[in-house]
Write a protein that binds this ligand. Sequence first.
Ligand code: TYD
Length: 141
Amino acid sequence: MSVIENCQIIELPRIFDARGNLTFVEDQHLPFKMKRVFWIYDVPGGEVRGGHAYRTSEEFVICLSGSMEMLVNDGNKRVMYTLNRSYYGLYIPHCIWRQMINFSTNSVVLVLSSTEYNHDDYIYNFDEFLSLREDMTRWHT
Ligand code: TYD
């Protein structure tokens, strides 16, 4: 089962150019095959996004512009990542609780997901998340 150590910063290629730099992402850079892309923008100061986990979805989160902080939690440990560059992102496996905080003005966050949108994949209740993880741990040991 995924744990906090499975979250990882992945650096993407950078093509430096006097006309402006370029970065790209392909399936080969990610531990999953992407099925959906969405982005978060116009976040009012002080707002918190996320506050859930996914049963199956894996994500790769890049802050394309500005900055924000991603808090990830596997039920045992919490780690906070600052995302503030467009050439790297954070990989988050399934079953990890996440919260996005401290968005800077005009920040734009791009998310690549391993699944299409499915409301039933969400776990919005933290206690439910913890008991699901306990069940999964029992199942796997
Ligand atoms: P949600 O994932 O809860 O946002 P966040 O985690 O950033 O706080 O999604 C917010 C709303 O948008 C929710 O009603 C579902 C909808 N939504 C889609 O319809 N498709 C999508 O791909 C995503 C990510 C969300």
